[in-house]
Design a protein around this ligand. Structure first.
Ligand code: ZN
Ligand code: ZN
Length: 697
């Protein structure tokens, strides 16, 4: 502290300042750095009676409440309590200080006290206390204050209205916010931005885009904050044209140094499906924070470019940027899609290590991931650990259990869900019907189907009818299933008939199988899989001529089998293996390993099922062709690349064929491996020579 000499004042240590200026604010402001300084000045002001000057007292209060912004409010409060009959400025200082130091609730109480003591609030008071309401989302208080402001007849006053807009927008009343906005005779950029931020928070993307067009029409001034809101909205509604206009504006005005703005651009391009443009912007950034990385990773994820999402995530880890919740949700979603268990587990481990809260969003993303990877135990573990769950979390659990052949367990959780009074939705019912189907519970399924509408007022959609067809067909009630389809209130689609056709294959019903294929043909172009199903139905009842005829028709119609592809994760990398292909760099090794594996399982009693192979591959050696199905190659690859005893997880783009299914059962026994295969429709958990699907898929 600098001593400015003293005439007449014999301050020993405290240090002051004479003649005391009329406006001592500057001095107080400059000299107060700590509570100790404050104490000294306070003592001096009392001693010299300067404190009785209202302006000095006010400046001192301001120093205590606001200028020392790292100090708690206690000191200021005690000064305020001692002052007699504080005026509106004193109240304003206190309210501002309380908001600044994050006590919005106390700020509102201070405002109430002001009213009780009949001190008239001014525009600044209103603006401040509205900010507090906004932060507290205290709509009722906010409305009352709005009313009081109107009653006092201050008329329009830009910054109070700006605070009103923010308050209403933050409390979810964005329509009222707009009314306040429309009533303003003049609006500065803060008013516009307050409304934009309200639209963004309430997800009113179209309105935000509309508002910006209006802004351009009015020739109103906007800033970078405006552009960030508008870009977010453009991404959500796919307004690429406006987004590109903003990009050009940014380039023309040299705003590319603003990382937040560029990140908003990346997000906009990614959400509009222009992932590569987003990537080139991302690559040009000189500094990238977690938000930028997340925007790019989630862009790849949303475009189903999951491998790129994960590879970028690995780059992010190398760059030592810590992921946030958005990153983790996108990464988990990509892992789920690819079946990338190791990477997803790393994310789970990271969450545990950092003791991050399992929010509903993050927890549910983990559930989806484990369900899709077929990790039942982890799925249940995460579910049990989630502090809060919503209907989506329950549904993911139930559906995950059902798809993984754990029908009874899924139904148990459904009962628990009802006991906890969580209202199921239509998707939950797809899960429970699916569970009944897997567990072979026909009556239970019929009961739930009726109860949907009766007890929960959910109108069954075509997907629910499909589940019922699956339940009946799987149980061998093919005629009932056929009748059920005939009686549906809507026109059955090809998916429904395919479900029935698949049942016909298992239960060897030629008549209904033929009818189903006819129906599929009348609805949409037939897949190779449909021909294969009917053809194998013929083969299974010994009508091999018909079987060959169907395959001939398929060829005549120019329909090719889509190539089988199985993917498998080894050491954090995803490998894709195609049937009968040698594109993989280690393909020689893989084919040799496959041969060895097939020899091993033959010794254990495996007999190649050439009935289907004959239909599918006439120009190849049947047996060799069979053993080169992509899932067999992938398993052989896993056997040489992973430690004995580790489970093998594979995802396949098509249905597993009968021969592979038999072979994998025996492989699981001979090599003592748990093998989890996710095919186009469901999971197969192979263990000790049997499969969780009970040979029905
Ligand atoms: Zn196969
Ligand atoms: Zn199976």
């Amino acid at each position: 502290m600098t001593v400015i000499s003293s005439a007449g004042i014999t301050a020993t240590k405290p240090i002051i300042i004479t003649p005391f200026p009329d406006n001592p604010k500057h001095l107080i402001l400059e000299q107060c750095k700590t509570v100790k300084d404050l104490n000294q000045i306070h003592a001096h002001l009392i001693k010299t009676r300067f404190i009785s000057s209202p302006s000095v007292a006010e400046n001192f209060l301001e120093a205590a409440a606001i200028i020392l912004h790292h100090q708690p409010m206690d000191y200021a409060l005690s000064v305020f309590e001692k002052s007699n009959e504080p005026n509106s400025s004193a109240y304003n200082i206190m309210i501002r200080g309380l908001i600044l130091k994050n006590f919005p609730h106390e700020a509102v109480l201070m405002f109430k006290k002001m009213n009780e003591n009949s001190v008239q609030p001014d525009e600044f008071t209103f603006s401040c206390v509205l900010k507090a309401c906004s932060r507290l989302r205290a709509l009722e208080e906010g409305k009352q204050i709005h009313g009081q402001f109107m009653k006092l007849g201050y008329g329009s006053c830009g910054f109070v209205e700006n605070s009103l807009i923010s308050m209403y927008a933050n409390c979810g009343e964005v329509g009222v916010a707009r009314m306040v906005f429309d009533g303003m005779p003049e609006r500065d950029v803060f008013a516009w931005n307050a409304l934009f931020s309200g639209y963004t928070k309430s997800g009113c993307w179209k309105e935000a885009v509309g508002l910006f067009h209006y802004m351009l029409e009015m020739d109103a001034k906007f800033d970078e904050v405006t552009l960030i809101s508008v870009l977010t909205a453009c991404g959500r509604v796919g307004a690429l044209e406006l987004g590109e206009w903003i990009k050009e504006y940014i380039e023309a005005n040299r705003l590319k140094g603003n990382a937040t703005l560029v990140t908003a651009l990346i997000d906009m391009y990614a959400k509009c499906g222009q992932v590569d443009t987003a990537r080139s912007l991302f690559d040009q950034m000189s500094r990238r924070d977690v938000v930028a990385w997340s925007a790019m990773i989630s862009g790849y994820n949303q475009a189903s470019r999951c491998k790129e999402a994960l590879s970028l995530f690995h780059d992010m880890q190398k760059a030592n940027v810590e992921p946030n919740e958005v990153t983790m949700v996108s990464v988990l979603s990509s892992c789920a899609e690819l079946g990338a268990l190791a990477t997803g587990k790393w994310v789970h481990f990271y969450i545990k290590k950092k003791k991050l809260t399992l929010t509903v969003t993050l927890g549910t993303a983990l559930l989806v991931f484990y369900a899709k990877c077929g990790s039942i135990e982890n799925l249940i573990e995460v579910f049990e650990q989630m502090p809060r769950k919503n209907v989506l979390s329950w549904t993911v659990l139930i559906q995950g259990l059902a798809n993984n052949g754990q029908g009874n367990r899924a139904l148990k959780y459904f009962d628990l869900m009802l006991a906890e009074r969580i209202e199921p939705n239509d998707v939950t019912f797809i899960g429970v019907l699916c569970a009944c189907s897997h567990a072979g519970l026909v009556d239970k399924g019929r009961g739930l189907f009726v109860s949907m509408n009766r007890d929960f007022e959910i109108e069954p959609r075509i997907e629910h009818y499909g589940c019922m067809v699956d339940i009946l067909g799987r149980a061998g009630l093919l005629d009932e299933a056929y009748q059920f389809i005939q009686n549906m209130p809507m026109k059955p689609n090809a998916v429904i008939w395919r479900t029935l056709l698949a049942s016909c294959k298992v239960h060897k019903s030629v008549r209904i199988g033929e009818e189903s294929l006819k129906q599929i043909m009348s609805l949409e172009p037939v897949h190779s899989g449909d021909y294969l199903l009917l053809s194998s139905i013929y083969a299974s009842v010994g009508r091999s001529e018909d079987a060959l005829r169907v395959m001939g028709e398929m060829k005549k119609n120019g329909i090719k089998k889509s190539p089988g592809c199985s993917s498998i994760e080894v050491d954090g990398l995803i490998h894709e293996l195609f049937a009968e292909e040698t594109a993989h760099p280690e393909s020689e090794k893989i084919y040799a390993a496959t041969e060895k594996m097939m020899k091993q399982i033959k010794l254990a009693g495996y007999v190649p099922n050439t009935a289907e192979a004959r239909l599918e591959a006439d120009e190849y050696d049947k047996e060799a062709s069979l053993s080169h199905h992509s899932e067999k190659l992938a398993i052989a690859f896993a056997l040489i690349k992973t430690f004995p005893g580790t489970p093998i997880r594979i995802s396949k783009n098509l249905r597993v064929c009968t021969d592979c299914h038999e072979a994998i059962k025996i492989i699981s026994k001979v090599y003592d491996r748990e093998i989890i295969v996710r095919d186009r429709t469901r999971f197969h958990h192979f263990k000790d020579g049997s499969c969780s699907c009970n040979d029905y898929w």
